[in-house]
Design a protein around this ligand. Structure first.
Ligand SMILES: Nc1ncnc2c1ncn2[C@@H]1O[C@H](COP(=O)(O)OP(=O)(O)OP(=O)(O)O)[C@@H](O)[C@H]1O
Length: 244
């Protein structure tokens, strides 16, 4: 890791972040920094602490110790809706769409949460265009395929105009084509927002990754490009052995 002073704006910073469940140190003393414009993937073996770390950032869990700052605000212990209110888009593993209404209405409802009628309408049109959801705009979300529903949810995140987006396994359960399309959408979203993605799918990570943070036993084992992590003996031992 470089010791040079980085002049980019810090978007997310954790210091000594810990989340213990009884004797289990799910996240243990993690110092993490995400800078503006970054698209950061969090990877690691099962039980490494990625999801727990992510849930601390989103407010789904209150950490046992340590501090979280989002663009300078100390958000440690904040509720998810308070964090969203800063301009943070959150997509958890639990689907958060309205199944009974159309794609367009879902996106409009999300935009309307933060904006007036007129701006919500223009944002809906813009988001549908940006994420190329035009063909399904009038379809009822509950009747869509799994991948399409995930894209609608990404649209709902984007429609709120976030400057930080936190995504938990956005490509889970997708076909290869759907995964490739999701990678494209995430790169598009990254043009306007910094992103943290927790993901298992190596193929997907290789499609989108820039800097990658490798978790192991609640700590950050390594932070580098996917190429460097793939070439590292220890990283291969703990995680990549069977996948790289
Ligand atoms: N609510 C909980 N109560 C008790 N232990 C938990 C809880 N949530 C997570 N853990 C434990 O914390 C550790 C880290 O789990 P976590 O789900 O964060 O890992 P992960 O890297 O996201 O794994 P996966 O890739 O399987 O999702 C594991 O040992 C897990 O069993």
């Amino acid at each position: 890791m470089s010791r040079r002073k980085d002049r980019r704006e810090v978007i997310v910073e954790t210091r000594g972040l810990s989340m213990h469940f009884g004797g289990v140190r799910a996240v243990d003393q993690v110092d993490f920094t995400l800078y503006e414009n970054e698209l950061r993937c969090l990877i690691g073996p099962n039980g490494a602490g990625k999801s727990t770390f992510f849930k601390c950032l989103t407010g789904q869990l209150v950490p046992t110790a340590g501090e979280i700052k989002i663009r300078g605000d100390d958000t440690t212990g904040w509720e998810p809706h308070e964090i969203a209110g800063l301009g943070v888009g959150i997509k958890t593993q639990v689907p958060n769409v309205f199944d009974g209404v159309s794609v367009e209405e879902n996106i409009w409802l999300s935009a309307r949460r933060w904006h007036g009628m007129r701006r919500a309408s223009s944002l809906t049109t813009e988001t549908i265009e940006r994420l190329r959801l035009g063909d399904i705009r009038r379809d009822i979300v509950g009747q869509l395929a799994h991948g399409q529903r995930q894209w609608v949810e990404l649209g709902m995140v984007v429609a709120a105009e976030p400057w930080l987006v936190l995504l938990d396994e956005p490509a889970a359960g997708m076909t290869h084509e759907e995964t490739a399309r999701t990678a494209e959408l995430i790169r598009e979203i990254n043009e306007r927002a910094a992103i943290i993605v927790v993901e298992h799918d190596m193929q997907f990570i290789r499609m989108i990754s820039q800097q990658v943070t490798l978790f192991h036993e609640g700590r950050i084992l390594m932070e580098d490009t996917m190429e460097a992590i793939s070439a590292d003996k220890r990283a291969r031992e703990v995680y990549l052995g069977s996948q790289a």
